[in-house]
Structures are given as C-alpha cells and as structure tokens.
Design a protein around this ligand. Structure first.
Ligand code: SAH
Length: 256
C-alpha cells in the first residue's frame, strides 16, 4: 500500500494456522499500525507492536465504522477476518457501512480487500476434491436473511444437482437449520450421496468426517464446521493410504 495517509485493508488469516496465510496478507499486516477485528481472529496474528482493537463477533458494523475512523485520522488499519475476508466476513460489512453512512471524513480513505484461503478450499482439499465440478455455497445463518430464502436456495441448488457447501451450519441459537437443509437436499439425492464435515480444519483439533445423506447427524457439526454435500456424481474412493477420499469428476454423464 502506498501513500503517507491512512488506509484500510480488509484481510483474512485463512481458515487454519499461518501456513494458510498469504504473503500479501502478512505484508499488509506488517505495514499496519492498527489491527481491528473479532478477538479470536486478531489473536491469531503474531504481535509486531500494532495497536489492537478487539470486539465481539456480532458488532461488525460498529467495528467497520471504527476502522474507517482510525484510517481517516491517518492510521494504517488492517481489519482482520478469518478465512477469506470477502466470504461471509468483514469486507462486505465495510462496504455496507460506507454506503449507508454520510461521512465526508471517510471520503479519502483508501480501502482495499486482499484475497485469502477460505474454509471451503481447506475442507475440500482435506476430503479429496468434492468441488471438482459445479458447486453452490450457502450460509445457513438466518441472522441476516430469512430462512425461507435459504431453504429455497438449498432446494433449487439440490434440484439443479450442484454439490453444496454450507457455511455457518449450526449454533446454539440456530439448532435445527442444518437438519432442515439436509432434508431439503435429500429430497433430490440418493441416500448414499457423500457428505463431508470439516471442523476446525488447519487447527490442532481439526476433524474430518466422511458420511452420507442417510447417516448424516447434524449433532456432528458445530460452529467451526463446514459441510459439503456431494452432487449425484460425487464419489468416495479408497486412496493408496487406505483412507477414503471424496471427489466429483470433471466429466458429467451425457445421459443424466
Ligand atoms: N470468512 C470465512 C467464513 C466466515 S463464516 C472463510 O472464508 O472461511 C464462519 C464459518 O466458516 C463457520 O461457521 C464454518 O462454517 C466456516 N469455517 C471457518 N473456519 C473454518 C475451519 N477452520 N474449518 C472448517 N470450517 C470453517
């Protein structure tokens, strides 16, 4: 980033440890004077003397406004997300805040978003290649959109035979949505369709489960799980190491 004035960069730490943090992200963080973000994400960044402004995970808009204020007053601000900052994360919150507000003092702030590894890529890589053909990504969180919209999207994506990836599958406040989404998919897929659950992938307590629609148990997922449901063509094979792998062939059968 150039210039003497303040700037704001929205960055992502990747889904796991620092091996999945890009060199660009590390460089932006190193150049920053201030780090802004949810405590758990900011903690992951090695301490190199920046001021740290941590907040609760729900306060995205207030956090974005605070980051813009800091940048407007000359700070070099890195807003820290987990995974990729543009996928169900802080980058959209920054643009929302900017669009809604009528703050001339933010007009000169240079804003940039840097890409990062998202949970979906990490979980897919661990499982094999379940996203080798067309797929559809849906957040099951109904905090910011009605459940009816989510349910419709899941149903239509299932009908169109996309592989599906669910972010935010379950939480204490949203206990039934994952089961309902799986039921909606099961109406269009064989019971043996592979399902992958990747939890805390890239961290010390990482877990990967390969199951199928008939045996799927929503209780096996938590807030740190990403769920991938296969398309009709998705297969489970045994790799040479004896562990199963899930992949979706690139070739789609002509007679489907
Ligand atoms: N910006 C993030 C997503 C934030 S939404 C990204 O690009 O990955 C939070 C959801 O991401 C979680 O509920 C979970 O579904 C998924 N997630 C984040 N980190 C994960 C990890 N290490 N392993 C599996 N899923 C993860």
């Amino acid at each position: 980033m150039v210039g003497e004035g303040g700037w704001l960069a929205v960055v992502g730490t990747g889904p796991g440890d620092s091996a999945w943090m890009t060199p660009e992200t590390s460089a932006v963080i190193a150049a920053a004077t201030d780090l802004v973000g949810y405590e758990r994400y900011v903690e992951r960044v090695a301490d190199s003397g920046q001021r740290r402004h941590v907040s609760d995970n729900r306060e995205e808009t207030a956090r974005a406004a605070h980051a813009l204020d800091l940048a407007a007053s000359g700070a070099r601000v890195a807003v820290i997300s987990g995974g990729d900052p543009g996928i169900f994360a802080m980058a959209a919150a920054v643009w929302e805040t900017l669009e809604r507000a009528d703050h001339e003092r933010w007009a000169a702030v240079e804003i940039r978003v840097t890409p990062a590894v998202s949970a979906i890529q990490a979980v897919a890589a661990r499982a094999g290649a379940p996203l080798g053909n067309d797929f559809c990504v849906i957040s099951l969180s109904d905090n910011l959109k009605p459940w009816a919209v989510i349910e419709r999207r899941v149903r239509l994506a299932a009908e169109a035979d996309f592989a599906l990836a669910f972010y935010n599958p379950i939480s204490r406040a949203r206990p039934w949505q994952l089961g309902a989404a799986i039921e909606a998919v099961a109406a269009h897929r064989a019971p043996a369709t592979p399902v992958v659950l990747g939890t805390a992938v890239g961290r010390a307590d990482e877990a990967l489960t390969i199951t199928d629609l008939a045996r799927f148990d929503p209780a096996a997922a938590d807030m740190r799980t990403l769920v991938i449901v296969g398309a009709s063509t998705t297969r489970v094979i045994a790799a040479a190491d004896g562990r199963p792998r899930v992949y979706t062939p690139r070739l789609y059968p002509a007679d489907y």
